[in-house]
Ligand binder design. Structure first.
Ligand code: APR
Ligand code: PHB
Length: 394
């Protein structure tokens, strides 16, 4: 049986970042990924990096292409009642966010791990985590049609939503919290210049819309849709028409249309599984929590979990200090719940719920307040650019 110090299930941002940060501390890991490398590197995901994520990528030596190709955004626009109001992140917090696709970040991390001699087994689905309450946990997995085992000192479940790591834990040891939203996001990716230099989040009576981007020539747009909607119901023209209807005039006039590179529908959900530690099995990223995409927090939480876990494992393995591992779950969950709260608040504020004129008036009143109050803008901005990592695990 192959052995490693940290067995990592999942080659998404959480697993990759964990493996990368551990290797910088001299700790060896093996990543098991059920998909092929091509699949993982082509997957279209979110694209906003918080300041803390950007700093961590840079400091740990994987920020070079991000700094070359990423777009620094100092603010964001909120559209409502035919108005367009800007929240200035720099003025309110002295920080910014970076537009850089998760797809690109994933590619950079895979390349860096492989160049550093790290091991990633692609097309190797984990089946279960065994013996995680002992000091010799094992991951059973499949490779080239064969059932194999990876012996580990520690296991990290970074296997995304509905992963096998969490499923390996008896139900009675897990507490879950969930909110399902009664709508989805219909997204389009197209090689057209973005409507604005910055993102626009729009609250409109026909439903939410978001104008985002991947580069000065590639745009990513979303519109709120019914949960039972289907991409087959949407021609490119129908999508562009609906997007324009939901934007204030000045922005709508600036929409450049083009053929889709991709179109998909994603449901919106908030979910947390607690705790994040079961003996020597640790959960990180989407494996333990899901946020609706409204706050752009999913990727950033995966990165901050990986940071906390790598820090705690290094303290234990290299300095014989186990207390950070003991505090991993609580420390992480504090930041997770802050992001769950923010993305829930932003989702409730910006979407159209079933015809409820009272709620809609409240939304407009809150957006109006946000546009006038520096205090309210500071609160929104500090959450959007990302709350600081708690390096002390206090
Ligand atoms: N065995 C091996 N790999 C697995 C298994 C399994 N049984 N199950 C899932 N995986 C892999 C998936 O194929 C995926 O590559 O685990 C990886 C999980 O990666 P992500 O879903 O990207 O999750 P995470 O790393 O936590 O990053 C969260 O990704 O889903 C987005 O919006 C989310 O931005 C957030 C980020
Ligand atoms: C994206 O660019 O895909 C994106 C941006 C901001 C969000 C969600 C998604 O809040």
């Amino acid at each position: 049986m192959q052995r490693t110090q940290v067995g990592i299930i999942g080659c998404g941002p959480a697993g990759l970042m964990l493996s990368h940060l551990l290797s910088r501390q001299g700790i060896e890991s093996v990543i098991l990924e059920r998909q092929t490398r091509d699949y993982v590197e082509a997957r279209i995901r979110a694209g906003i990096l918080e300041q803390g994520t950007v700093d961590l990528l840079r400091e740990s030596g994987v920020g070079e292409r991000m700094d070359r190709e990423g777009l620094v955004h100092d603010g964001v626009n909120m559209a409502f009642a035919n108005r367009l109001e800007r929240i200035d992140f720099q003025a309110r917090t002295g920080k910014a966010v970076m537009v850089y696709g998760q797809t690109e970040m994933t590619r950079d991390l895979i390349e860096s791990r492989l160049a550093a001699g790290g091991e990633i087994k692609f097309s190797a689905p984990a089946l279960a985590v065994e013996d995680f309450d002992t000091s010799h946990p094992r991951i059973t997995y499949e490779e080239a049609g064969q059932r194999k085992e990876l012996g580990c000192d520690f296991v990290a479940g970074c296997d995304g939503s509905h992963g096998v790591a969490l499923q390996s834990v008896p139900e009675e040891r897990i507490t879950t919290f969930e909110r399902v939203y009664p709508f989805g996001w219909l997204g389009i990716l197209a090689d057209v210049p973005p409507v604005d230099d910055e993102l626009i989040y729009a609250n409109h009576e026909r439903g939410f819309a978001l104008c985002s981007m991947r580069s000065p020539t590639r745009s990513r747009y979303y519109i709120q849709c019914a949960l039972d909607d289907n991409v087959d119901n949407w021609s490119d023209d129908a999508f562009w028409d609906e997007l324009r209807r939901r934007l204030p005039e000045q922005a709508a006039d600036n929409v450049t249309t083009g053929p889709r590179l991709e179109m998909s529908i994603a449901p919106l959900r908030s979910f947390v599984a607690e705790p994040l530690r079961f003996g020597n099995l640790f959960l990180a990223g989407d494996a333990a929590h899901i946020v609706p995409p409204t706050g752009a927090k999913g990727l950033n939480l995966a990165v901050s979990d990986a940071y906390y876990l790598a820090t705690a494992l290094a303290a234990h393995i290299n300095d014989d200090q186990g207390d950070l591992l003991d505090r991993y779950s609580d420390t992480c969950l504090r930041r997770v719940w802050a992001a769950i709260r923010f993305s829930w608040w932003y989702t409730i504020l910006m979407h159209r719920f079933d015809d409820d004129p009272f709620s809609h008036r409240l939304q407009v009143a809150e957006l109006d307040y946000l546009s006038r109050s520096e205090a309210a803008q500071t609160s929104m901005a500090e959450n959007y650019v990302g709350l600081p990592f708690d390096a002390t695990f206090a």
